[in-house]
Write a protein that binds this ligand. Structure first.
Ligand SMILES: [Zn+2]
Length: 471
């Protein structure tokens, strides 16, 4: 969700998705805390309900097909890869992610959908005008940026995202924080911080590849190289760094998280804040070691260990509560992205919230056979994660990486909440960095250039410094 007047948004409605000229458009309505009153709330609600009534069948279709689509190479045990729809025509035509390339037989259908797109666009504009008339704020989001409908020709509105964090001449970073804009000197000092780096995929799991049919490049190799560079950069600033894999080897998702829990127990013990008796500590360590030894992700393998099931089990909850308190320990997963139609480029950051996980789990209960197994515990919904911190870190990461490599400014959504196992199953503040799109020619060329990994590493290290200053 791109920021809109970040510190004062009281609530927002994503009113509608629309497709127009192959561009993903949506209207976001935001009301600043200062201006909310009953009348405006009422008028916004009326608009929202009207939209839902008029377009609920369309919204349903989009919602079902747009989100939580598992990438064929992803693991079915919770690590879902969100692929941004390049345009909704293809989404409507072929809901299956293995969809074939469009051919002429779909042309008739497309024309029909385009009609719907125009109608929706006009409706969006009408809703926007009503909202503006009511004193609300309407922003129109499309793939080229954000248009503030109160000031549609302002050049700053479309680039407001970048202005959240700005490097000034003297090397300081200006960052918009919940407390207002502040200058954060990047001092190259991360003493006291521990970062767990998770280079995605490896071994039998290559991650995304390019070219699709005759792969020459594997995501897992890039991830490892970038992570090693990040490690070097963070260590040079005084941080302690762990890696969940250091070679091109298969490491299951739950192995990665079990390693993370064990590192956290060590840190908590060192700091004298380990909340377990020695028996309990030994028991938890044994359970976590089992996941590492099994090194598989399926429910049947037992490799999920204390992390199996929806919600959060008691053992895991105890560990997560310990980890919430380790504020100077962060978790970063490093990945590359891929888009089938090869139109998307740039950096994307994913994070988790309780809601993004709960929504995904509800969905998987209906669709994922692993969730329907008798040995897969279905628990109550779990609330308690540091969603705001995860978002704050994600925002710093996006802005600082793009500050270092402006070409990595994305034409997709820069920051998204989702449900990734490596972020879900522990209590550390964390994010998953999709550094760039391997499927995009410019991104790939840049990734292969000397110096790019160092720039990404610098961006990530700066982001952690700014994040830490914001806390
Ligand atoms: Zn990946």
């Amino acid at each position: 969700m791109p920021e809109i007047n970040g510190q004062t948004i009281l609530y927002e409605y994503i009113v509608i998705f629309s497709s127009f000229s192959k561009e993903c458009c949506r209207v976001i309505v935001a009301e600043s805390a200062e201006y909310v009153n009953t009348f405006r709330l009422f008028s916004l609600d009326v608009c929202f309900v009207t939209c839902l009534l008029l377009f609920s069948p369309i919204l349903k279709t989009i919602k079902r097909e747009e989100r939580w689509s598992p990438n064929p190479s992803s693991n079915m045990n919770g690590n879902y890869y969100y692929t941004m729809p390049d345009n909704f025509y293809t989404e409507f035509d072929t809901p299956n992610e293995n969809r074939p390339a469009k051919d002429t037989s779909t042309k008739k259908k497309e024309t029909k959908k385009k009609g719907v797109g125009y109608r929706m666009l006009i409706f969006c504009l009408v809703v926007s005008i009503v909202l503006l008339a009511c004193g609300g704020t309407a922003y129109f989001l499309h793939r080229k940026g954000v248009i503030d409908l109160q000031n549609p020709f302002s050049s700053s509105s479309s680039s407001s995202r970048k202005e959240r964090t700005k490097i000034s001449n003297n090397g300081n970073v200006k960052a918009l924080t919940p407390g207002g804009e502040m200058t954060v000197p990047v001092q190259g000092d991360l003493t006291g911080y521990t970062v767990i780096l998770d280079p995605g995929h490896g071994g039998r799991d290559t991650g995304c590849v390019f070219p699709f049919n005759n792969p020459k490049y594997d995501e897992c190799d890039f991830n490892l190289k970038i992570a090693k560079q990040v490690k070097e950069e963070l260590q040079s600033r005084g941080a302690v760094v762990y890696m969940t894999r250091t070679d091109n080897e298969w490491v299951s998702l739950y192995n990665r998280i079990a390693q993370t829990h064990l590192i956290c127990m060590d840190i908590a013990k060192e700091q004298g804040v380990l909340p377990f008796s020695s028996e309990r500590e030994a028991e938890l360590r044994m359970l976590l070691q089992e996941s590492i030894d099994i090194n598989e992700d399926s429910v049947a393998s037992g490799g999920m260990g204390i992390m199996v099931g929806s919600g959060v089990g008691e053992d895991l909850q105890e560990l997560m509560e310990m980890e919430y308190k380790l504020e100077k320990v962060l978790f970063l997963s490093i990945h590359l992205n891929s888009s089938e139609s090869r139109t998307l480029h740039g950096t994307q950051i994913y994070y988790v919230t309780d809601d993004s996980i709960i929504e995904s789990e509800h969905n998987q209960m209906r669709t994922n056979s692993e969730f329907q197994r008798s040995d897969f515990p279905i628990r109550d919904e779990y609330y308690g994660r540091n969603s705001d911190k995860n978002y704050a870190l994600s925002e710093c990461l996006y802005n600082c990486i793009v500050n270092e490599i402006p070409q990595f400014e994305t034409n997709a959504h820069p920051i998204l909440a989702d449900n990734y196992a490596v972020l879900r199953e522990h209590g550390l503040t964390g994010a998953l960095v999709e550094v760039a799109f391997l499927s995009d020619d410019n991104d790939r060329e840049r990734l292969l250039k000397d110096g790019t990994n160092a720039s990404v590493a610098k961006g990530i290290a700066d982001a952690i410094e700014i994040y830490s200053a914001q806390q």
